[in-house]
Ligand binder design. Structure first.
Ligand code: SAM
Length: 253
């Protein structure tokens, strides 16, 4: 049995997504490593290097979960520029994920500094975040869980300062047919089975796989970003690992 997410009415998606991440929160970090063979770490490192934040950057990391992107961002600022004035807000709909993130940061020098803060809320409505207030907006492996992607993009555009950058890291579509076939087997058979064995939670991992399949392909998503008012460079995205994941990016000009 699984959630049968393909048939879930739109108004129930948010509740189900909450339930999925509440149940995976404690195992989330280890499962990421197991399922991607650690590759998600390389993707995230590359994502932050591509953002290349300058000293004092104010970042909003939406669907920030347990703080992987936020931690890399602050580490990058410190290691590259010796900067400790950069700031990140980890924003997520799920208090369980934020809690795991807070516990993680409590063990770092960023704890109890103004460099990191946590905020609970829906990416579709960033009501407590003022217009034109952020230098950068990131969302990693989160946007496909949102019900109205167009609203998420509109809100991202609203909170960014002119010149600010939107960046999204998300699972995407593999175009090479041979690799696509292997990837299908991996995602439809191997991932739910690993979810069962390691986290005793087949349903949540089945959902994660289905949500990847339903998300629009690279070019279509790039068009949605442009439609939200962003200016993109070139085709607007970069494929990672044959398109298993992609980085989309746009500027608010
Ligand atoms: N960005 C982190 C990372 O890369 O490790 C976490 C990614 S995790 C796969 C997806 C996160 O999106 C979860 O923490 C979930 O609670 C959050 N999420 C799902 N729907 C959301 C929404 N509508 N608004 C904000 N966060 C959401």
């Amino acid at each position: 049995t699984h959630f049968g997410f393909q048939n879930v009415p739109e108004n129930m998606k948010e509740a189900l997504v909450k339930q999925v991440f509440a149940s995976v929160a404690t195992n989330y970090d280890i499962m990421n490593d197991v399922m991607s063979g650690g590759v998600h770490r390389l993707w995230k490192d590359h994502f932050i290097r591509t953002l290349a934040p300058t000293p004092g950057t104010k970042l909003l990391d939406v669907a920030g979960g347990t703080g992987d992107i936020a931690m890399r961002f602050l580490d990058y600022c410190k290691e590259t520029h010796g900067d400790n004035s950069a700031q990140v807000t980890v924003f997520d709909i799920n208090p369980n994920m934020l809690q795991v993130g807070q516990e993680r940061f409590a063990k770092t020098p960023y704890h109890n500094t103004s460099q990191v803060s946590f905020m609970e809320g829906n990416a579709e409505n960033l009501e407590h975040i003022p217009d034109n207030s952020m230098d950068a907006y990131t969302i990693a492996f989160g946007i496909r869980n949102c019900t109205h992607v167009d609203r998420v993009l509109k809100e991202a555009h609203r909170v960014l300062k002119p010149g600010g950058r939107f960046m999204c890291l998300e699972f995407s579509k593999v175009e090479n047919p041979v690799i696509a076939k292997a990837y299908d087997v991996f995602s439809f058979d191997v991932i739910p089975t690993m979810g069962q064995l390691i986290a005793n939670d087949r349903d949540s991992y089945q959902y994660l796989v289905e949500s990847i399949r339903k998300f629009p392909p690279q070019k279509e998503f790039a068009k949605m970003i442009k439609d939200a008012g962003f200016t993109v460079m070139g085709q607007g995205y970069e494929d990672l690992t044959f398109g298993v994941a992609a980085i989309h990016s746009g500027f608010k000009l």
